[in-house]
Design a protein around this ligand. Structure first.
Ligand SMILES: C[S@@+](CC[C@H](N)C(=O)[O-])C[C@H]1O[C@@H](n2cnc3c(N)ncnc32)[C@H](O)[C@@H]1O
Length: 447
């Protein structure tokens, strides 16, 4: 159990941040290797539990139990027969198989998964006279099969439910960000410092906060609250699991001075803010924050992003706006630039122009609401948010041009299947020329 090969899958673009995060959690850089769509780590069982508890960026923690060449379903059966599944679960437990492939020559992935299932059952029957059953809803053990063109990998999952499910969310809103992607935005923006050195916390503001995911992740990071402290994990049902070791690990994780994945200074003052044009969403966000244990650390308000003023002055360390604004069909812009502010006739025109397009790059070209919202947002920021650094996650590669702002950075991130960019804009306020003194103070002409 001390020499395991782990694979931590993550969203595209997040790999370098996940490698940094894993190094912080484990307190070492060696044995951590960047791969496409994930990070490979040589680690112990104990470290696998630690990664589950603390990682904000990984989707899962998988243990690789087989890796070999294959050409046929029979090779897959044989490779799965050779794995000591009995180390991980027993014939009395249930299991489930998930399979993914890139460029596999096999005709049916379902059949390949069936061969792995047969191999597991045959091995247990041979060893014990019994076989475990399949349960696709609530399995005790989850097995992952990945096929490339010629390589087969088999994994035992230690996470259970995907890690973006932190265990606190009740109110979802219409299009909540996955917690793992919110954390990736915090890392990519630089607000979440994964380099390891201590530094002063920057105020953070999400002006389209929805259910509050970005602000809540930020507050948990700032307070050193472990990402998975409120949920259960798949490893709790596997054979190597020891209750007392896990309880001791959680106790340490919740100690105030223990912040393995966090290098911010503690949250002395309230510096995290969120607002949403829908007051209902601000209430949802507040309730979610309370469930996540950070209710007192964030201020949520209702209000239009085009009207709300900065929630605080800019301190010497700078201040950050971080948001995934309304975009595409699922979430409309509301408020002064929104479809709801249009006449019924104008609204019909907007709907006709946005049609049935999915939220993607093309949609952005046609959506009249968004067309108005983003230039107005840029003007509002230039007028009121001088000195702030704004980061927007959008699927529109042409957004800077539409906002007439030059981005200082663009980071590719994937929101599920949608390719996005996190654009950074350094806001420099427009200096409103002051009125000539004489004109302003000239006495009104007397009749
Ligand atoms: C993509 S969602 C944000 C989701 C959020 N990150 C979460 O995790 O739940 C966009 C949000 O922008 C809000 N919104 C739409 N128009 C707005 C405006 N003019 N000002 C502020 N918020 C707005 C919507 O109500 C919605 O909650």
């Amino acid at each position: 159990m001390n020499h395991l090969t782990l694979f931590l899958p993550c969203a595209g673009g997040v790999e370098p941040y996940l490698a940094q995060e894993a190094a912080l959690i484990l307190g070492r850089k060696d044995g951590i290797q960047l791969e496409s769509a994930g990070v490979r780590i040589e680690a112990s069982w104990r470290e696998a539990m630690q990664l589950n508890l603390h990682s904000r960026l990984a989707s899962r923690v998988l243990i690789q139990v087989q890796g070999c060449a294959y050409r046929s379903e029979q090779d897959i059966y044989q490779a799965a027969c050779d794995v000591a599944w009995e180390i991980w679960f027993s014939q009395r437990q249930t299991f489930k198989i998930d399979i993914t492939a890139t460029r596999s020559p096999l005709k049916s992935l379902n059949f390949a998964a069936l061969r792995v299932k047969d191999a597991i059952c045959d091995r247990f029957r041979h060893l014990t006279g019994e076989r475990p059953s399949v349960d696709v809803q609530r399995p005790d053990a989850r097995i992952y099969v990945h096929l490339s063109a010629d390589e087969l990998s088999l994994y035992v999952d230690t996470s259970g439910e995907p890690l973006f499910k932190r265990g606190w969310r009740q109110d979802k809103g219409d299009a909540p960000l996955k917690e793992t992607l919110a954390a990736a935005m915090l890392a990519a923006s630089g607000w979440w410092n994964l380099e390891g050195e201590q530094r002063e916390l920057q105020p953070l503001y999400d002006p389209c906060c929805g259910s509050g995911t970005i602000a809540i992740e930020a507050a948990q990071i700032a307070l050193g609250i472990p990402a998975g402290g409120q949920r259960r994990f798949g490893f709790e049902r596997l054979i190597p699991f020891q209750d007392h070791v896990w309880n001791a690990m959680k106790t340490i994780a919740f100690r105030a001075d223990s912040m393995p994945a966090n290098s911010q200074k503690g949250l002395k003052n309230l510096v995290i803010y969120g607002s949403d044009v829908a007051h209902r969403m601000a209430d949802f966000a507040q309730r979610n924050a309370e469930l996540a244990g950070v209710g007192a650390a964030i201020e949520f308000r209702g209000g239009d992003a085009l009207q709300r003023k900065p929630p605080c002055p800019v301190p010497p360390q700078g201040a950050v706006i971080l948001t995934n604004p309304p975009y595409g069909e699922r979430i409309e812009v509301a408020g002064v630039a929104g479809v709801h502010s249009l006449s019924p006739r104008e609204r019909a025109g907007v709907r006709a122009s946005s049609g049935q397009l999915r939220p993607n790059r093309e949609t952005a070209e046609f959506n009249a609401e968004e067309g108005d919202f983003f230039p107005q947002l840029a003007t509002h920021w230039k007028t009121h948010f001088d000195g702030w650094t704004a980061h927007l996650l959008v699927p529109d590669m042409k957004l800077p041009g539409k906002m007439r702002l030059k981005e200082s950075r663009r980071v590719p991130l994937w929101n599920g299947p949608i390719e996005c960019r996190l654009f950074r804009f350094d806001i420099q306020g427009r200096r409103v020329p002051s009125e000539p003194k004489e004109a302003a103070s000239a006495p009104a002409p007397q009749p």
